[in-house]
Design a protein around this ligand. Structure first.
Ligand code: NDP
Length: 247
């Protein structure tokens, strides 16, 4: 029986946990072959094992442009040109601004902004090849509600997410007439490992307590939205997905 993403070649960055892992699993369930990129080889292997033959796990640090270039070549050699790229890898290092934790600012700017730019850069030729061939071609950027909702301690994270939301809009304007769809996803609070990686102990604990009180989305909820938007017929462009829990 045919599936909505049969024949598609997907790439998901940050596919070793959370939203990226759920998205890779969902895209594969819908018929796509999926390259999974992240740093933790053991976790990538676990996700790939649940997918089976349609998975191509690649241990890549998205902040390393030459590693990304190599990954793009491997994907094309193994699967053909990617036509569904999900730039998802990101980190949220919240802390009081006054502490001036510049190393954490640099980590967020490098992964959440430069990592997304480089992901788009290395896969753009493949996406345009797929679009030229007349099929669907999708670049999905996983931004955040933090691009438009501003809270104490989230300043630099919001800088990065507002930045990539702006990038999505600009790339859309630049490439729509080439047949490339750009979908910007802004999830609300979602269960994942994102908060566990906060380096400021007090804020990590505080946010975990806050999140426990909230009705969070599951990573699969975001994956569903991405799979749905990218499976639409070529002329239908779901440009933005703002996904919140109901209350
Ligand atoms: P997770 O921490 O579970 O996932 C982050 C992923 O990014 C992991 O697979 C991690 O894998 C990967 N990653 C981190 N650093 C790098 C790197 N240098 N190179 C390659 N991969 C990297 O969190 P989420 O699933 O929540 O986060 C995914 C995206 O969703 C992020 O961009 C986040 O900002 C966004 N988001 C999340 C929300 C939430 O509430 N959870 C809300 C809104 C947006 P590894 O460590 O193995 O490299």
């Amino acid at each position: 029986s045919s599936k909505p993403l049969d024949g598609r070649v997907a790439v998901v960055t940050g596919a070793s946990s959370g939203i990226g892992a759920a998205t890779a699993v969902r895209l594969a369930a819908d018929g796509a072959r999926v390259a999974l990129l992240a740093r933790r080889a053991d976790r990538l292997a676990e996700v790939a094992a649940t997918i089976g033959d349609a998975a191509l796990p690649l241990t890549v640090d998205v902040t390393d442009p030459s590693a990304l270039d190599a990954a793009a070549k491997t994907v094309e050699a193994e699967f053909g040109p990617a036509d569904l790229v999900v730039a998802n890898a990101g980190v949220m290092l919240v802390a009081p601004f006054a502490e001036g934790r510049r190393d954490e600012w640099a980590t967020m700017l490098s992964l959440n902004v430069m990592g997304v730019l480089d992901t788009a850069r290395v896969f753009l030729p493949q996406l345009l090849t797929a679009a030229d061939a007349g099929g669907n071609a999708d670049l999905v950027i996983v931004s955040s509600l933090g691009a438009r909702q501003f809270s104490p301690g989230f300043g630099v994270y919001s800088v990065t997410k507002a930045g990539v939301s702006a990038l999505a809009a600009s790339l859309r304007a630049e490439f729509a007439d080439r047949g490339l769809r750009v979908t910007n996803v802004e999830p609300g609070v979602t269960d994942s490992e994102l908060g566990d990686r906060i380096l400021h102990d007090e804020w990590r604990t505080m946010l975990a307590e806050h999140k426990a009180q909230m009705n969070a989305l599951s990573a699969a909820d975001i994956a569903d939205a991405i799979a749905d938007a990218t499976a639409r017929s070529r002329n239908v462009h779901i440009r933005e997905l703002i996904v919140h829990p109901l209350s």
